[in-house]
Design a protein around this ligand. Structure first.
Ligand code: SAM
Length: 461
């Protein structure tokens, strides 16, 4: 990787926990850390996914693991089945921050404001109470599409993906109990993984990022309830984007800082802002097994505010159509079925209760799980349903070999054994990859074209 700019290393001198020698060493070392987090609603243990690798738990998250080497995720059908998410280990600390600041035993409304590609959203979904509602938002349209794909793969029915500017959230005053702002930043914490970012780094950009972070927070904060929790994070070491943002928040808004409890063996560095002595947490790659990261937690103070009125109920699918959809779902009675442009949507009941309001105020990319297209006589099942956690487990299915699974995921010709006539789930190691329809003389592969594997080759076995 290129040498770190002197202006950059100079800017780190004197920062809490910064140790120049080991920091430079770790940036010159070829060693890379690979970590994943399991989708525990789909898979119970790490050995079911990577039996061939040594794995060690990431200490501050449930279902997070370091892998002894980096496998080819593209050639792993279980990756495409959404059984795990490849995520940087330091950023998984968000789970610990949520646990220490939020009552995870009660349903909440959560917002992940800067959510693409979706690592934190999938983590939040797994960390909060299952009857919660999670709004995963991304302002950049193309990135919102990527976010929606990753949320689809994760498979939960209580997430809505929106594509809005932070300022649009002022239309939902005092609505959220938990707000995560994983802000766009100058990215110095990821230099080891992204050497190109080293060349793009400049102090001017740090200042621009800091100003943008302030704008994003100022725009979004009215949507947080008094008493609600804000978790702010960056992957930058710059004080302007970290400690100074904490002071700025405390100066301009009625916010109280929430200190976190750390274990010494985590080697996370505590840092306090100069003005208000707000506590934040720094992760250095020479001290933790992960990349550079910063996180801080706050509670919104302030008097009672009027949350937006919620239109009670939701327009559920007419009975006849609902009957076509129910057999495809696990615990169908615990889901809300709704129609949207001729399609049947399966939402968690708490999300269904909120969706009319959210739809009125925000641009929705995806809500819950699309069950499929409704025709007068049947449901044409959607890919979202196949990889969801709410699909029935007694539907016709064919178990594929690794080679067949990769052919299926590439949309090449393949012959599943044991597939019955009609709609079949294509599975690898018991996990759903998508749909195929068996006709008398051929098989139609319904894996979404835009998701297919383009990379040639086979995994090293
Ligand atoms: N939370 C994500 C995850 O864990 O996968 C990573 C988020 S990334 C650090 C920051 C995100 O903020 C990017 O997706 C970027 O497109 C988005 N962003 C850029 N400018 C923004 C703005 N002005 N307001 C809100 N979000 C912005």
């Amino acid at each position: 990787m290129p040498a770190l700019p002197t202006a950059f290393t100079d800017s780190l001198q004197g920062l809490p926990g910064f140790r120049e020698e080991t920091f430079l060493q770790v940036h010159q070392s070829p060693e890379r850390v690979t970590s994943i987090r399991l989708q525990q609603q789909k898979i119970s243990g790490i050995s079911a996914v990577f039996p061939q690798l040594d794995t060690t738990p990431v200490p501050w998250t449930s279902g997070g693991y370091y892998l002894s080497s980096r496998p080819s995720f593209t050639f792993d059908p279980l990756f495409h089945a959404g059984t795990y998410y490849v995520q940087e280990a330091s950023s998984m600390f968000l789970e610990e921050a949520i646990r220490q600041t939020t009552d995870t035993g009660a349903p909440i409304r959560a917002l992940d404001l800067c959510a693409a590609p979706g690592g934190k959203s999938t983590l939040i979904q797994g960390a909060i109470h299952p009857d919660s509602v999670l709004v995963a938002n991304e302002v950049i349209k193309t990135r919102a599409a990527l976010l929606a794909d990753n949320i689809t793969k994760w498979g939960a029915a209580n997430v809505v993906v929106t594509n809005n500017d932070p300022r649009d959230f002022t239309r939902l005053p005092a609505y959220f109990d938990l707000m995560i702002v994983d802000a766009p930043c100058s990215g110095s914490g990821l230099f080891r993984r992204d050497p190109e970012a080293v060349e793009e780094w400049s102090q001017d950009n740090v200042i621009l990022c800091s100003q943008r972070q302030q704008r994003i927070l100022a725009d979004a904060l009215p949507a947080l309830k008094p008493g609600g929790v804000l978790i702010y994070s960056t992957c930058s070491y710059a004080v302007e984007e970290d400690e100074e943002i904490m002071d700025w928040l405390m100066e301009h808004f009625e916010m109280e800082n929430i200190p976190l409890q750390l274990r010494p063996e985590w080697h996370i560095v505590e840092t306090a802002s100069v003005g208000h002595k707000a506590m934040g947490y720094r992760f250095y790659p020479d001290q933790v097994r992960g990349e550079g990261f910063f996180i801080a937690c706050f509670r919104k103070l302030g008097g009672p505010a009027q949350p937006p009125k919620i239109k009670a109920g939701f327009s559920s699918l007419p009975r006849k159509e609902a009957e076509l959809v129910r057999p495809w779902l696990q615990n169908a009675e615990e889901m809300a079925l709704m129609a949207h442009k001729g399609e049947a949507m399966a939402l968690s009941i708490p999300l269904a209760k909120e969706i009319a309001l959210i739809q009125k105020q925000l641009y929705i990319r995806k809500a819950g799980v699309k069950a499929g297209q409704l025709t007068p006589r049947e449901l044409v099942p959607d890919h979202q349903l196949a990889v969801s956690t709410c699909i029935a487990d007694n539907l016709p299915a064919a178990e594929l070999s690794l080679e067949q699974a990769l052919r299926y995921l590439r949309k090449e010709e393949f012959t599943p054994e044991g597939a019955a006539k009609g709609w079949n789930l294509m599975r690898f190691n018991g996990k759903n990859l998508g749909w195929a329809k068996v006709l008398p003389n051929r098989i139609n592969n319904y894996y979404p074209k835009e998701l297919r594997i383009l990379k040639a080759g086979m995994p090293d076995l």
